[in-house]
Each structure stands twice: as structure tokens, then as C-alpha cells.
Ligand binder design. Sequence first.
Ligand code: FAD
Ligand code: FES
Length: 265
Amino acid sequence: MDLLRAKVLSNEEIMPSTHVLALASPELGRTAAPGQFVHIRSGPTWDPLLRRPMSIYKIRPDGVSIMVRAIGAGSTMIAASVPGGWLDCLGPLGTPFELGPDSRRLLMVGGGYGVAPLVALAELALPRDCEVVLLVGAASAQYVFPSALLPTDVEYEVATVDGTLGHHGLVTELAARYLEWSDAIYACGPTPMLRAVALAARPLARAGGGAVPSTKRVELAMEQDMGCAMGVCLACVVKTRRGLQRVCRDGPVFRAEELVWESSA
Ligand SMILES: Cc1cc2nc3c(=O)[nH]c(=O)nc-3n(C[C@H](O)[C@H](O)[C@H](O)COP(=O)(O)OP(=O)(O)OC[C@H]3O[C@@H](n4cnc5c(N)ncnc54)[C@H](O)[C@@H]3O)c2cc1C
Ligand code: FES
């Protein structure tokens, strides 16, 4: 993890309010892994005071790309970065996704901008002979991640809440039909979506009678509000079977069976 200045190479709006920024940083390109994030200063002044976390979306030898959805002051400033400008980044931070040696059929579930780290993971997995099914949920068609930006070998399905594209409903409803097929599941998105994925996958983790849990890998990347992202302020803690854990340092990627959901028994 390092504090570094990354030059903005390009800025492309790929969906309304959603920009892909290519950053030049051989250091990030060399060390970043899918699931990790960079903590970025929004601008030159102290307002907003806190950095904003953005997932690693693409990894190249000369740097990384991030996908920024402008939803508030900080993300709007980062999304407006002009090519040739610089971003003050801390990273790469957090735990990455893990590809198990025996995992070949990967189910990925993304909600909103949660698709970003899954694209990086798919690009890592495909050359390793993995099959990838990517399911993405969005509010409406205009916010659906463009299929043209995915590697061609990814099988891609979408769900929209308003029914304007793909399945009319929640992305987790699409996931049901791939749960048995997959031997590893990766998800990133809002907490209710992650909870639904974890609960849907739970019976599979017990397949085989319950006494010997299956080794199916289910990994969830949490999008918790953050402060320091250095493990100090405890703004980002979540409940786990090992007690409170910091999403910024102990995550953002957690094994699903580790997490304790508020309303779950
Ligand atoms: C590990 C991690 C990876 C992330 N990756 C990406 C990414 O790849 N692309 C991307 O666009 N965004 C990503 N985010 C979310 C992004 O950091 C927030 O959208 C951003 O910090 C909001 O800052 P803001 O100043 O624009 O909005 P604010 O004015 O701070 O917030 C606007 C609204 O969004 C809510 N909000 C703010 N941050 C979060 C959050 N982290 N989770 C849920 N609600 C929030 C606030 O409560 C408020 O209602 C990630 C977050 C985390 C923790
Ligand atoms: S954001 Fe400060 S401990 Fe995680």
C-alpha cells in the first residue's frame, strides 16, 4: 500500500454519471488485484475532507482503471477528472478476491457500480480456463453496464428493477438458476444484495449432509462507508463470526460464511 499520484490518461462516460478513468501508475498496475480498491482525494481543497474508495476495475502493466458513479460531492469531483490531471491515491488497499485452484465455473453477481471489481476478476479468471457467468442488476436500462466492455467469453445477463432491460426484478432472482452450476460465487454491491446472495448460497455450503460442509467458495465484496481506510477509525466495521472486522483492512472481500447478517438467525 502506497500514497501515490496517478496521472489521468483518459476519462470516458460509459453510462449516465458513470465514468471510466484510466490511471497511469506502474506501481498500481504491478501490485493491484481484483477486489482491492484505491482511496482517492476528491480535490485539491479539504472539502470533501475524506478520500473516497473506488474499486480496481481494470489492471494493466502501466496502471489501473476505475469506474466512478457520480452520486455525491466526492465522486462527482473524481468523475470530472480531466486527462492530463493527477489523482492523489492511497492503495492498493484491502483483501482481493481469491480464485481457488479447483474453481472453474464462476458465478459473479454485481449490483450497480459493484460490477467494477467483477470485471477485473473475470479478466483474471478467463485466461485460467474458467467459465464466467456475470449477472448485473441496475435500476433501469440506462444504468446497465455495457456488454461491449466485457471480455467476449463472459456469459452476461442483466436485471433491471423497472423492467426496461433483461429480467424484470432483482439480480438475485437471476442468480438462483446458476447456484448449482457454479463452483465459486463472487458478488459485489449493496448490502441487501450481498445478504441475499449469501443466504441463497447457504444451503449449498451445507450440501452433502451438513456434517462436512462443501468447500464451495462464496466471496462478497462489501461497499461500506469509509473514513480512513487504514484500519484506524473503525467507521467501516461489519459483524463477523470472528467479531467486528474492518471492511477497509480485513475486507472488503469476505467469505460469505464469515459474515453475520443483522436479521439472520
Ligand atoms: C470498497 C469500496 C469500493 C467502492 N468502489 C466503487 C466503485 O468502483 N465505483 C463507484 O462509483 N463507487 C464505489 N464505491 C462507493 C463510493 O466510494 C461512494 O459512492 C463515494 O464514496 C460517495 O462519495 P460522495 O462524496 O460522492 O457521496 P456522499 O455525498 O458521501 O454520499 C452520497 C450518498 O451515498 C451514500 N454513500 C456514500 N458512500 C457510500 C458507500 N460506500 N456505500 C453506500 N452508500 C454510500 C451516502 O450515505 C449518501 O446517501 C466503493 C465503496 C467502497 C467502500
Ligand atoms: S475506514 Fe477507518 S477503519 Fe476502516
